[in-house]
Design a binder for this molecule. Structure first.
Ligand code: DX5
Ligand code: ZN
Length: 223
Protein backbone atom coordinates (compact mmCIF):
# COMPACT_ATOMS: atom_id res chain seq x y z
CA UNK A 1 0.00 0.00 0.00
CA UNK A 2 1.21 3.46 -0.89
CA UNK A 3 1.96 5.79 2.01
CA UNK A 4 2.28 9.55 2.37
CA UNK A 5 4.85 11.06 4.70
CA UNK A 6 4.39 14.85 4.94
CA UNK A 7 7.63 16.68 5.72
CA UNK A 8 7.34 19.14 8.60
CA UNK A 9 10.19 21.15 7.09
CA UNK A 10 7.50 23.09 5.23
CA UNK A 11 5.19 23.42 8.27
CA UNK A 12 4.72 26.58 10.31
CA UNK A 13 7.14 25.94 13.19
CA UNK A 14 5.33 28.43 15.43
CA UNK A 15 2.31 26.12 15.51
CA UNK A 16 3.87 22.73 14.97
CA UNK A 17 1.48 20.77 17.19
CA UNK A 18 -1.54 21.96 15.18
CA UNK A 19 0.25 21.45 11.87
CA UNK A 20 0.97 17.83 12.76
CA UNK A 21 -2.60 17.27 14.00
CA UNK A 22 -3.85 18.67 10.71
CA UNK A 23 -1.95 16.18 8.52
CA UNK A 24 -2.76 13.33 10.91
CA UNK A 25 -6.48 14.10 10.56
CA UNK A 26 -5.97 14.61 6.82
CA UNK A 27 -4.84 11.03 6.22
CA UNK A 28 -1.03 11.09 6.48
CA UNK A 29 0.46 7.65 7.16
CA UNK A 30 3.68 8.89 8.74
CA UNK A 31 5.49 12.12 9.54
CA UNK A 32 8.72 12.94 7.74
CA UNK A 33 11.14 14.75 10.04
CA UNK A 34 14.07 16.39 8.25
CA UNK A 35 17.11 16.93 10.44
CA UNK A 36 19.91 19.08 8.98
CA UNK A 37 23.22 19.98 10.58
CA UNK A 38 24.47 22.83 8.37
CA UNK A 39 27.43 20.63 7.45
CA UNK A 40 26.17 17.66 5.48
CA UNK A 41 23.74 20.06 3.80
CA UNK A 42 23.88 23.87 3.63
CA UNK A 43 20.92 24.38 5.97
CA UNK A 44 20.08 23.85 9.65
CA UNK A 45 16.62 22.65 10.69
CA UNK A 46 16.15 21.31 14.24
CA UNK A 47 17.34 18.58 16.57
CA UNK A 48 16.06 15.82 18.82
CA UNK A 49 14.33 18.17 21.28
CA UNK A 50 11.74 19.07 18.65
CA UNK A 51 11.11 15.37 18.03
CA UNK A 52 10.63 14.64 21.74
CA UNK A 53 8.26 17.61 22.13
CA UNK A 54 6.10 16.33 19.27
CA UNK A 55 6.14 12.68 20.34
CA UNK A 56 3.29 12.88 22.89
CA UNK A 57 1.16 15.00 20.53
CA UNK A 58 0.54 12.45 17.76
CA UNK A 59 0.15 8.77 16.98
CA UNK A 60 1.91 9.14 13.62
CA UNK A 61 4.92 6.98 12.82
CA UNK A 62 8.05 9.18 13.02
CA UNK A 63 10.10 8.86 9.83
CA UNK A 64 13.32 10.70 10.73
CA UNK A 65 15.57 11.67 7.81
CA UNK A 66 19.04 12.55 9.08
CA UNK A 67 20.87 14.88 6.69
CA UNK A 68 23.84 15.07 9.02
CA UNK A 69 27.50 14.10 8.73
CA UNK A 70 27.59 11.84 11.79
CA UNK A 71 24.35 9.83 12.04
CA UNK A 72 26.06 7.15 14.12
CA UNK A 73 26.73 9.61 16.95
CA UNK A 74 23.21 11.08 16.96
CA UNK A 75 21.01 8.02 16.31
CA UNK A 76 20.63 7.22 20.05
CA UNK A 77 19.32 10.69 20.89
CA UNK A 78 16.74 10.54 18.08
CA UNK A 79 15.68 7.06 19.22
CA UNK A 80 15.23 8.37 22.75
CA UNK A 81 13.26 11.33 21.39
CA UNK A 82 10.74 8.98 19.80
CA UNK A 83 11.84 8.18 16.23
CA UNK A 84 10.25 5.02 14.78
CA UNK A 85 12.61 4.87 11.82
CA UNK A 86 15.93 6.55 11.14
CA UNK A 87 17.14 7.06 7.60
CA UNK A 88 20.74 8.15 7.11
CA UNK A 89 22.77 8.98 4.03
CA UNK A 90 25.20 6.68 2.28
CA UNK A 91 27.27 9.84 1.70
CA UNK A 92 27.57 10.64 5.42
CA UNK A 93 30.87 10.10 7.22
CA UNK A 94 29.59 7.16 9.28
CA UNK A 95 30.37 3.50 8.70
CA UNK A 96 27.12 2.31 7.11
CA UNK A 97 27.20 -1.25 8.47
CA UNK A 98 27.85 -0.04 12.00
CA UNK A 99 25.15 2.64 11.73
CA UNK A 100 22.56 0.10 10.56
CA UNK A 101 23.44 -2.18 13.48
CA UNK A 102 23.22 0.64 16.02
CA UNK A 103 19.82 1.88 14.75
CA UNK A 104 18.50 -1.69 14.67
CA UNK A 105 19.89 -2.28 18.17
CA UNK A 106 17.89 0.74 19.35
CA UNK A 107 14.76 -1.13 18.23
CA UNK A 108 13.97 1.10 15.23
CA UNK A 109 13.42 0.58 11.54
CA UNK A 110 16.38 1.56 9.38
CA UNK A 111 16.59 3.41 6.09
CA UNK A 112 19.45 4.50 3.84
CA UNK A 113 19.32 7.40 1.40
CA UNK A 114 21.22 8.41 -1.72
CA UNK A 115 21.64 11.94 -3.04
CA UNK A 116 20.86 12.61 -6.73
CA UNK A 117 24.51 12.30 -7.78
CA UNK A 118 25.06 8.93 -6.09
CA UNK A 119 24.58 5.67 -7.97
CA UNK A 120 21.82 3.64 -6.34
CA UNK A 121 23.82 0.41 -6.72
CA UNK A 122 25.97 1.52 -3.74
CA UNK A 123 23.01 0.52 -1.57
CA UNK A 124 22.86 -3.03 -2.86
CA UNK A 125 25.13 -4.62 -0.22
CA UNK A 126 22.99 -3.06 2.53
CA UNK A 127 19.50 -3.65 1.14
CA UNK A 128 18.87 -7.01 2.86
CA UNK A 129 19.36 -5.25 6.23
CA UNK A 130 17.17 -2.24 5.45
CA UNK A 131 13.48 -1.48 5.93
CA UNK A 132 13.59 1.46 3.54
CA UNK A 133 15.69 2.84 0.70
CA UNK A 134 15.32 6.56 -0.01
CA UNK A 135 15.89 8.04 -3.45
CA UNK A 136 16.35 11.81 -3.20
CA UNK A 137 14.55 13.53 -6.05
CA UNK A 138 16.07 16.93 -5.22
CA UNK A 139 19.44 17.94 -3.73
CA UNK A 140 18.90 17.60 0.01
CA UNK A 141 18.80 20.80 2.05
CA UNK A 142 15.64 22.71 1.17
CA UNK A 143 11.95 22.19 0.59
CA UNK A 144 10.13 23.51 -2.46
CA UNK A 145 12.59 22.39 -5.15
CA UNK A 146 11.76 20.86 -8.51
CA UNK A 147 11.31 17.09 -8.79
CA UNK A 148 14.05 15.31 -10.79
CA UNK A 149 12.32 12.71 -13.00
CA UNK A 150 15.74 11.45 -14.10
CA UNK A 151 15.97 9.73 -10.68
CA UNK A 152 13.18 7.29 -11.61
CA UNK A 153 15.54 4.59 -12.95
CA UNK A 154 16.88 4.36 -9.37
CA UNK A 155 13.38 3.69 -8.09
CA UNK A 156 12.81 1.11 -10.84
CA UNK A 157 16.09 -0.59 -9.95
CA UNK A 158 15.08 -0.82 -6.27
CA UNK A 159 11.60 -2.07 -7.16
CA UNK A 160 13.11 -4.84 -9.35
CA UNK A 161 15.50 -5.76 -6.54
CA UNK A 162 12.67 -5.82 -3.99
CA UNK A 163 10.47 -7.96 -6.22
CA UNK A 164 13.25 -10.51 -6.59
CA UNK A 165 14.69 -10.50 -3.11
CA UNK A 166 12.97 -8.66 -0.28
CA UNK A 167 9.41 -7.69 -1.04
CA UNK A 168 8.88 -5.81 2.21
CA UNK A 169 11.52 -3.15 1.44
CA UNK A 170 9.91 0.30 1.38
CA UNK A 171 11.05 2.54 -1.45
CA UNK A 172 10.77 6.20 -0.55
CA UNK A 173 11.07 9.28 -2.76
CA UNK A 174 11.75 12.71 -1.29
CA UNK A 175 11.71 16.08 -3.01
CA UNK A 176 9.30 17.86 -5.31
CA UNK A 177 6.43 15.40 -4.85
CA UNK A 178 3.03 16.88 -5.67
CA UNK A 179 -0.22 15.73 -7.26
CA UNK A 180 1.52 15.45 -10.65
CA UNK A 181 4.93 14.01 -9.81
CA UNK A 182 3.44 11.51 -7.32
CA UNK A 183 2.08 9.59 -10.30
CA UNK A 184 5.51 9.45 -11.92
CA UNK A 185 7.13 8.20 -8.70
CA UNK A 186 4.37 5.69 -7.98
CA UNK A 187 4.51 4.34 -11.54
CA UNK A 188 8.27 3.78 -11.12
CA UNK A 189 7.59 1.74 -7.97
CA UNK A 190 7.89 4.11 -5.02
CA UNK A 191 5.72 3.26 -2.05
CA UNK A 192 6.43 5.99 0.50
CA UNK A 193 5.98 9.48 -0.90
CA UNK A 194 7.43 12.39 1.08
CA UNK A 195 5.73 15.70 0.41
CA UNK A 196 6.60 18.94 2.16
CA UNK A 197 5.45 22.07 0.36
CA UNK A 198 2.69 20.29 -1.59
CA UNK A 199 1.01 19.37 1.72
CA UNK A 200 1.95 22.09 4.21
CA UNK A 201 1.81 24.80 1.54
CA UNK A 202 -1.81 23.91 0.80
CA UNK A 203 -4.68 25.57 2.64
CA UNK A 204 -6.47 22.23 2.95
CA UNK A 205 -4.01 19.51 3.86
CA UNK A 206 -6.52 16.69 3.50
CA UNK A 207 -7.26 17.80 -0.08
CA UNK A 208 -3.53 17.93 -0.81
CA UNK A 209 -2.95 14.41 0.58
CA UNK A 210 -5.95 13.05 -1.32
CA UNK A 211 -4.74 14.66 -4.56
CA UNK A 212 -1.35 12.96 -4.16
CA UNK A 213 -3.03 9.61 -3.48
CA UNK A 214 -5.32 10.04 -6.51
CA UNK A 215 -2.30 10.71 -8.68
CA UNK A 216 -0.74 7.44 -7.47
CA UNK A 217 -3.95 5.46 -7.94
CA UNK A 218 -4.32 6.86 -11.47
CA UNK A 219 -1.21 4.89 -12.45
CA UNK A 220 -2.66 1.72 -11.00
CA UNK A 221 -1.19 1.73 -7.51
CA UNK A 222 -3.24 0.61 -4.50
CA UNK A 223 -3.73 3.48 -2.08
C1 DX5 B 1 14.91 18.05 1.38
C2 DX5 B 1 14.14 17.28 2.40
C3 DX5 B 1 12.74 17.03 1.98
C4 DX5 B 1 11.92 18.27 1.79
C5 DX5 B 1 10.86 17.97 0.77
O1 DX5 B 1 16.21 18.15 1.79
O2 DX5 B 1 14.73 16.03 2.64
O3 DX5 B 1 12.08 16.11 2.84
O4 DX5 B 1 11.30 18.72 2.96
O5 DX5 B 1 10.18 19.14 0.51
P1 DX5 B 1 9.32 19.33 -0.83
O6 DX5 B 1 8.27 18.27 -0.83
O7 DX5 B 1 8.80 20.70 -0.70
O8 DX5 B 1 10.28 19.16 -1.99
ZN1 ZN C 1 13.58 14.45 3.75
Amino acid sequence: MLQISPSILSADFSRLEREVADVEAGGAHMLHIDVMDGHFVPNISFGACVVSSLRPKTQLFFDVHLMISDPLAYAPSFAKAGADMITFHYESDADARKTIDVIRGLGLKVGMAVKPGTDVSVLEPFLPQLDLALVMTVEPGFGGQKFMPQMMPKVEYLRRWAQKTHDSLWIQVDGGIDAVTAGTAAAAGADVLVAGSAVFGAADRQDAIEAILRSASSVGRTV
